[in-house]
Design a protein around this ligand. Structure first.
Ligand SMILES: N[C@@H](CCC(=O)N[C@@H](CS)C(=O)NCC(=O)O)C(=O)O
Length: 203
């Protein structure tokens, strides 16, 4: 398998999931500025031009982070990275994956956008994102991981997205359960190895 990524972006969650699944994979770095990799034009890999992309051993391309995470969990079920299909617990997991992908990931993306002025970003963080952080913080106050007592790929995605906060001047220090979650995640060998592989150091 090949995982196409760019350091510090949303491919980290897929890498964490592959490591949690105990899989070997090749990391291919995408230059966002040129949309090129060591292999050439990234648009030949995916016309979307986005990371993450997982290239499967049979050559098929899988896009959309939340879907890649589910593929990894379902492909390696012994690792129990998500509840089984056809259980209500699985739909709870999908609720979280969707929430992280849409409300959090794409919300945080606003904070990176060169199309949005700094004042609007501040208003957006206070008027939109803060309530999302409140919700996550309250949820994590009573359990160590999003789905309960054990890690799932949704946790890797949440960690990935929340780790961007200092880069966009969002202060999460007042959210004590989120802080504990981030510290817990940083202790996981999969997370450490993924950050190292990307050459990313978190504050
Ligand atoms: N819908 C996609 C969005 C992925 C996405 O937003 N990727 C960003 C990085 S976090 C990207 O590749 N941006 C390319 C660019 O900025 O040039 C998914 O959920 O996987």
């Amino acid at each position: 398998m090949k995982l196409y990524f760019s350091p510090g972006s949303c491919g980290l969650a897929s890498q964490i999931a592959l490591r949690e699944a105990g899989q070997d994979f090749e990391l291919i770095r995408v230059d966002f500025g040129t949309k090129r990799t060591i292999e050439g034009d990234y648009y030949q890999v995916t016309p979307k031009g986005f990371v993450p992309v997982l290239k499967l051993d049979d050559g098929q391309i899988l896009t959309e982070g939340a879907v890649i995470l589910q593929w990894i969990a379902d492909r390696f079920p012994a690792k129990q990275l998500l509840p089984s299909l056809d259980t209500m617990a699985r739909y709870r997991a999908m609720e979280w994956l969707n929430y992280v992908a849409t409300d959090l990931h794409k919300g945080m993306a606003v904070m990176f956008s060169p199309l949005v002025d700094p004042e609007s970003k501040t208003r957006f963080a206070e008027g939109n994102l803060a309530s999302r952080f409140d919700y996550v913080n309250e949820h994590l106050a009573s359990q160590p991981y999003l789905l309960g007592d054990t890690f799932s790929v949704a946790d890797g995605y949440l960690f990935n997205v929340l780790s961007w906060a200092p880069r966009v001047n969002i202060d999460l220090s007042g959210y004590t359960a989120i802080q504990a979650f981030m510290a817990r995640m940083k202790e996981r060998p999969s997370v450490r190895a993924s950050l190292d592989a990307e050459g990313v150091t978190l504050a």
